[in-house]
Design a protein around this ligand. Structure first.
Ligand code: SF4
Length: 181
């Protein structure tokens, strides 16, 4: 039987949601028998693969790299889960939205308030450009399932994954229903 192809994605977030995922401890061994982890910051995979079944997406969309990746994720994934409050609402990552445009903000922090030799942290191709605003994932691409919490408790992550692995019906937000298994 083909294993479920699982991805975990890290956008603009603190990685606390991934830490909560790791808090599943020994259940992760069981999970490892039942899924192929095809993309994750926990695995050194550079390119988001095709034909992903489920993606847990941590973090908001804050910069151009996040934007490119989340569009790929949506194109190549059956079930996209907004994983944690930053993905669901913007949360901590979106706090900068009230401080104005990112160019002015970066200039204030890195140039005007630098103790010595202030310079902008802009290096094309090295540091991704910030978007004008931070967006929750559903503002950029359709999201199928929301898993709120900062971070979502490990047992709630497990409950959702067990439902998917059991072949439970997943009712999507305004889209078709998916059945796994
Ligand atoms: Fe971190 Fe909370 Fe955001 Fe998760 S939801 S990335 S734990 S700040």
């Amino acid at each position: 039987m083909n294993k479920l192809r699982l991805a975990t994605v890290w956008l603009g977030g603190c990685s606390g949601c991934h830490m909560s995922f790791l808090d599943l401890d020994e259940w992760l061994f069981e999970l490892a028998h039942r899924v192929d982890l095809v993309y994750s910051p926990l695995a050194d995979v550079k390119e988001y693969p095709d034909r992903v079944d489920v993606a847990l997406v941590e973090g908001a969309v804050a910069n151009e790299d996040n934007l490119h990746l989340i569009r790929q994720v949506r194109e190549r994934t059956r079930l996209v889960i907004a994983f944690g409050d930053c993905a669901v609402t913007g949360n901590v990552t979106a706090l900068r939205n009230v401080l104005g445009d990112p160019e002015t903000l970066l200039h204030t922090i890195y140039v005007e308030r630098a103790d010595t030799a202030g310079q902008m942290p802009l290096a094309p191709g090295i540091v991704p450009r910030l978007l004008d605003r931070v967006y929750p994932v559903h503002k950029v691409v359709p999201v199928d399932v929301y898993l709120p919490g900062c971070p979502p408790p490990a047992q709630r992550i497990r409950a959702l994954l067990e439902q998917i692995l059991a072949g439970g019906d997943i009712h999507l937000t305004g889209r078709e229903m998916i059945r796994f298994g």
